[in-house]
Each structure stands twice: as C-alpha cells, then as structure tokens.
Design a binder for this molecule. Structure first.
Ligand code: ADP
Length: 362
C-alpha cells in the first residue's frame, strides 16, 4: 500500500491512503491532516470529518527538530510532513489504541511521514504541471484565434487597398506617379505575405497527420518545380543526389527544403547561384546539408537566424519576414532532430539538420 503512494497524482488521494494506513496500523480515534503551502494552511481534512487540529502555533510546530511532536496525553502525536526541507503539512494522530507501544509506533510513523512527504510533493508537482499544460493549451488556442482574427481583419482592408492601387495604376499617365503607386502596391503585397507567414507560424504543429514514408528525392523535385520561376530568373543550379526516404509529413518536408533553397537563391549575389542538397548516415542519424554559394552569415548570428522575425546582415535589403528558418527549426525538432548553420561571409552557407534513423526509416 505504501509503495504505491508515490504514484498518486492528487494530494487528496495520497491523504486518503495515508489515513487508511494510519487507521489500520494505530487504530486512533481521530486523524487530522493540515496541508501547508508557502507556510500557509490551505486545507484541513479529518476522520471523522470536521475535527479541529490541536491548537499549537504553526511556528512552534515548524520549529520542532524531530519529525513528530508528542502531545501531553502521550496517546497522541503530530507528524511533520516535509520534502527537500519544504514543509508540506502536519498529520495529527489522536488517542492511539495501544499507547504502550508508542515508541515503536513513532518509528513507523516517521517512515510513513517521509513517504507521505515524497508522495505529496510528487502530487503537487503533477498538479502544477497539469495546470501549466492546461494554461499553455489555452494560450496556444488564444494565439491561434488571435492570429486568425488579425489575419482576417487585416486582410480585408489590405485586399481593398491592393484593388484600389490596381485601379489607380490603370488611370495614371505620368511615370513618376506610377513609380510611387508601384512601390505602394509592392509593399501591400509584402504585407499580405507577411500576414500569411505569421498565421503559418501561429498555427504550426496543429496538423494531426501521421508521419509517412517520404522519399526526399521526390520532395526535392517538387520544390524545384515550385521555385522554377525564381530558379530560371536567377540562373540558379539546384543539385541533389541519393537522398534517403524518411518518416515525416510531406507538406512539412516540402516547406523545409523550399525555405532553404529559396533562401539560398535569395541571399546570393553570385551570377550562378549553386545550391547542393545531400544526406549521409552519421552514426544513428541522417545528416542533411544544404550548401549555397551566397552572401554568407556572420558567425555571431548563427543562432539568432533560427528565431522568429530575426533577419541579419545584408539580407535586410531583400524582402523577407524572418519566419522561414524558425518554421524549419520547429519541423526538425518535431522529428526529434537538430538544425544549425555553418557559414563564411561572402563565401556561402551550409545549413545542416540531423534526425535519428528510426527502425521505420530506410
Ligand atoms: P527571411 O528569409 O524571410 O528573412 P528566414 O527565417 O528564412 O527569413 O531567414 C532568417 C534570416 O537568416 C534571413 O533574413 C537572412 O538574414 C538569414 N539567412 C537565411 N538563409 C540564408 C542564406 N542561405 N544565406 C545567407 N543568409 C541567410
């Protein structure tokens, strides 16, 4: 019975069990439990119900060296319940049936008090964790709702603005004015895709899809097709060979490689941007790398670029939201992997990610 105590996830259950144990061992007339949190009494429970604990000041109880306090009748005592030097409560055991065995009983009671302390501490941590988890779920839900409302509310006037600019453009004859409107239209389009990215970030991880066997070669082919306009425009050369099949969510893998390759083309001043994707087995992991000959990244920013909305160095001249890599990081972390970058300014960057090769992977 005692052994199972530490498995209880609520303090009330622990106490109910402790009362059962104490009743069967000492047959007392009454048992009272007083829970303490941050040196304040929070609840009192007793058998039979509504019995008051002996009036001894908390300070006095608190200051007792031993784990118990013997009451004057010598048939009753109070157990101090602690864990890791934190006071968690007191149990008063009144009028035990065989006071002649008091000393022996006290030894047992002290052991019970220790296990009780551990079990209550466990139950309290569990409750706290559960509460935090619930709060986290709620705040995630709030965030998602907020992102939906914002994107919906912002997108409507933005669409009107884009439409108005379009109409305005067709009625403008002077070149200078046209430039201004073009610029405004460009900003409006940027704002539109920024709103979409924010929504994407806020709702990431909501997909309940199962991991499927995905051939990364096929994913890369799809990505190259998706980016064909940019690839042709910048005369970029995208190469990859012999990529493995891994367990993942296809749409996330496309998103992942597309972000890397899109960035490799975007942050690249070379006349012939080169991006190469490869993968190899390293120990028990797949190690992927995406190497480009772009503008590179200063070593001091290697970690920062994976945080949302962080853009660094020369890149701020190009359009971007600073969200792509933070989504890549989340995708990899959900696959129990890690992501990092190695780069030299003006020479190029290599983005790496690794993930465990599971039995299911091939
Ligand atoms: P975005 O491209 O929208 O700014 P990302 O999260 O994809 O957002 O990238 C964050 C920042 O990391 C970029 O603004 C840029 O400063 C840097 N970066 C990402 N990829 C590269 C790359 N291949 N070469 C140089 N800098 C890069």
């Amino acid at each position: 019975m005692i052994k199972n105590l530490a498995q209880y996830t609520s303090e009330e259950k622990v106490i109910r069990k402790i009362f059962e144990i104490i009743s069967s061992l000492f047959s007392p007339k009454t048992i009272i439990y007083m829970a303490i949190t941050n040196n304040k009494i929070t609840t009192i429970k007793s058998i039979p119900p509504n019995i008051k604990i002996t009036e001894i000041s908390l300070e006095k109880l608190n200051s007792i060296e031993e784990n118990y306090y013997l009451l004057e009748t010598k048939r009753s005592f109070i157990l101090k319940i602690t864990h890791s030097n934190e006071l968690l409560g007191f149990i008063e055991i009144n009028e035990i049936e065989y006071p002649q065995y008091l000393n022996r009983y006290l030894n047992i009671a002290i052991v019970i008090a220790r296990i009780c302390g551990l079990s209550i501490a466990n139950a309290r941590i569990y409750q706290k964790l559960n509460k935090t988890l619930e709060e986290l779920k709620l705040s995630n839900k709030d965030l998602e709702q907020f992102a939906h409302i914002i994107s919906h509310d912002l997108k409507q006037p933005l669409t009107n603005l884009i439409l108005t600019l379009h109409i305005l453009k067709s009625n403008i004859l002077e070149d200078d004015n046209l430039k201004v409107v073009n610029r405004a239209e460009h900003s409006a389009f940027n704002l539109n895709s920024m709103i979409e990215k924010i929504l994407e970030l806020a709702t990431f991880g909501r997909r309940n899809e199962n991991l499927m066997k995905i051939d990364c070669n096929k994913v890369l082919k799809q990505v190259v097709e998706n980016l064909s306009y940019k690839i042709e425009k910048k005369k970029a050369n995208i190469t990859f060979n012999d990529l493995p099949t891994i367990f993942a969510i296809e749409i996330e893998l496309i998103q992942l490689f597309q972000n890397f390759i899109d960035n490799g083309i975007k942050y690249n001043e070379s006349n012939f941007p080169e991006i190469h994707v490869s993968a190899e087995k390293v120990g028990t992991d797949w190690l992927f790398s995406i190497k480009d000959n772009g503008i590179g990244i200063d070593a001091k920013n290697f970690n920062m670029i994976f945080e949302p909305f962080k853009r660094v160095g020369n890149s701020t001249k190009k359009y971007g939201t600073g969200i792509g890599l933070s989504i890549c990081k989340r995708i990899i972390e959900r696959l129990e992997g890690q992501i990092w970058v190695d780069s030299t300014v003006n020479k190029g960057s290599t983005f790496y990610f690794k993930m465990p090769i599971k039995d299911k992977n091939s």
